[in-house]
Design a protein around this ligand. Structure first.
Ligand code: PAF
Length: 301
């Protein structure tokens, strides 16, 4: 069995690069234990691969704040409620390593475990309570999703034992849930949220974007455009009125299908009924572009 290996890839320009990739947690742990003596601070960026500039920005932030950053690449089966989505999820380890090498050859450690290394024979998730955060938005539409996320992230925190872990605000609900997980289980890690990275046309970066057919990719920036318009209306209009307006925009759209648009309190993630000046709100959206589900959000005040 392959445990740890130097992945050698041929760059498009025939340029060779090396980077240590661990496929096994025991070997990774041994390596990280050796690093401990020379490392004051270890960063961690968990990913499901198909890395893009959004991931790169999390890793760069990690490298600014820590001597080493572990990047995990693992398409976690227990967080998918849709088997087809799991099967079709892009797996691009070779190009991922290429991107990571371009960021830093020496200070990134890659952990790309097998399903067996994480789950053994029991590919199941543990049930978690995140004080109600799990019942909102994504929790309503993706059965068992946050149990799967909690299971893998807790497992990875235990294996990697990072000081700081970085998550994108695109998955804002996931970020809040992971903060809650660390707090509830007393996991000694700072969970750090990072701003959404967008393409020049405004579409939030996501590994799923690579699966969009050209006409859907062209249409997708409409999501962020609508979020920005909703933010402008937030000063003068009620949350209900804005939600109705957004719903109409998508009813009139030929290619994009709205799953939900919600204005929620950032702390509880509960849909706002009446706005209060003392609270912070965000608008959250999930949209289908063909069979690809895209999510995004925006701070409103
Ligand atoms: O956001 C993701 O890519 C995944 O949910 C995560 C945090 C890596 C867990 O599998």
């Amino acid at each position: 069995m392959q445990i740890a290996s130097k992945i050698l890839s041929l760059h498009a320009l025939n340029f060779c690069y090396f980077m240590t990739v661990f496929f096994n947690k025991t070997e990774l742990r041994q390596y990280l234990d050796q690093l401990k003596s020379k490392t004051k601070s270890l960063g961690f960026v968990p990913t499901m691969g198909a890395l893009h500039q959004g991931h790169a920005s999390l890793i760069e932030k990690g490298l600014e704040q820590n001597e080493y950053v572990v990047v995990s690449i693992f398409v976690n089966p227990t967080q998918f409620d849709n088997q087809e989505d799991l099967v079709k999820y892009p797996r691009t380890l070779d190009t991922d390593v290429e991107l990571l090498t371009s960021i830093s050859e020496d200070n990134i450690v890659v952990y790309a475990p097998t399903v067996d290394d994480i789950y053994g024979d029991h590919v199941v998730s543990t049930a978690f309570s995140y004080d109600g955060l799990e019942h909102e938005m994504e929790g309503r539409f993706r059965d068992g999703h946050f149990d799967g996320v909690g299971t893998i992230v807790k497992r990875l925190f235990e294996i990697v034992q990072p000081h700081n872990a970085y998550f994108g605000e695109k998955d804002f609900q996931q970020l809040m849930i992971i903060k809650k997980l660390a707090e509830k289980y007393d996991i000694p890690v700072n969970v750090i949220g990072c701003k959404i990275h967008r393409a020049s046309d405004g579409l939030a970066m996501s590994s799923r974007n690579t699966r969009l057919k050209p006409e859907f990719r062209k249409a997708a920036p409409f999501i962020y455009k609508t979020l920005k318009a909703a933010k402008e209306k937030f000063g003068t209009k009620s949350a209900n009125k804005i939600t109705e307006w957004v719903t109409r925009q998508f009813e009139n759209h030929d290619l994009l299908e709205l799953e939900y648009f919600i204005i929620a309190d950032v702390k509880t993630l509960k849909t706002v009924k009446r706005k209060s000046n003392k609270k912070k709100y965000r608008a959250f959206i999930a949209v289908y572009a063909d069979d690809i589900r895209l999510i995004d959000n925006i701070a409103l005040n």
